[in-house]
Design a protein around this ligand. Structure first.
Ligand SMILES: Cc1cc2nc3c(=O)[nH]c(=O)nc-3n(C[C@H](O)[C@H](O)[C@H](O)COP(=O)(O)O)c2cc1C
Length: 221
């Protein structure tokens, strides 16, 4: 091997090494791996079309939901899928009654709730379906189990071309003792209480990703 060939080889090796340094593994899979694509392109959707999701779509999403891992496989959640327009309207009205009174008395509501006084406001962004999740209050892992369950719902819905948004704002509405009648049609088991709700439907917007804080991650070698 002459000097020229050695130099050329060194240049190729250097180029390959610096290429590896600059490219995080996640970029290598972009567009090539359906699961990673789904995770990276999911957004919270806050505008929906009127089109209802089908029961076939729901079957798939619910199957993905119940395949979530859970501590000791206790599956410490119960899931109710509300498609009934009258019940959805009532849930929103109960939320609005409190939110509008709070706004009127000067309480500052966060996020989209700050617009609750606007006519036609929907706390679940007008989605045609609301998933209500309840957690077993006797299970210390139930919040973790429910969080993982939620992500399986969000990602499987995204994989089917549907939009979702977790709606924590509705939790106090469901937990308010004066709204106990709202829970009746949901038939949650004793010892379970509502932990999160999820808006579900066809997306009518394509939002940009929200900022992520990469410095939250540290690799200790
Ligand atoms: C536990 C939880 C509660 C949330 N509650 C609400 C809510 O009440 N209303 C809403 O519009 N978005 C809600 N979100 C959505 C977040 O605002 C959203 O996930 C976050 O801004 C990141 O945006 P992205 O989901 O598009 O990545 C909630 C998310 C989580 C995980």
């Amino acid at each position: 091997m002459n000097m020229k060939q050695i130099l050329l080889m060194l240049m190729v090796v250097t180029a390959l090494v610096s290429c590896q340094d600059k490219k995080p593994a996640v970029l290598d899979t972009a567009g090539k791996n359906a699961t990673i694509e789904t995770i990276l392109t999911r957004r919270s959707i806050r505008k929906y079309t009127e089109q209802q999701v089908t029961n076939d779509q729901l079957d798939t999403i619910m199957k993905c939901a119940i395949y979530s891992p859970s501590a000791l496989n206790k599956q410490s959640w119960e899931i109710r899928v509300v498609k009934n327009p009258k019940l959805l309207e009532e849930i929103n009205n109960r939320y609005l009654a409190v939110a509008r009174a709070q706004l009127a008395s000067g309480v500052e509501l966060k996020g989209s709730a700050a617009r609750a006084a606007n006519p036609g406001f929907s706390v679940f962004h007008g989605a045609p379906t609301l998933i209500v999740l309840a957690q077993d209050t006797a299970n210390s892992y139930s919040s973790v189990d429910m969080g993982i369950l939620t992500e399986n719902i969000l990602l499987s819905a995204k994989a089917l071309g549907l939009g979702t948004c977790p709606i924590g704002s509705l939790v106090p509405t469901f937990r308010d003792p004066s709204n106990v009648d709202l829970l009746e049609p949901l038939h949650f088991s004793d010892g379970y209480r509502v932990g999160l709700t999820i808006a579900l439907g066809y997306p009518a917007e394509d939002p940009q990703p929200k900022e992520r804080y990469a410095d939250k991650v540290k690799i200790i070698e």
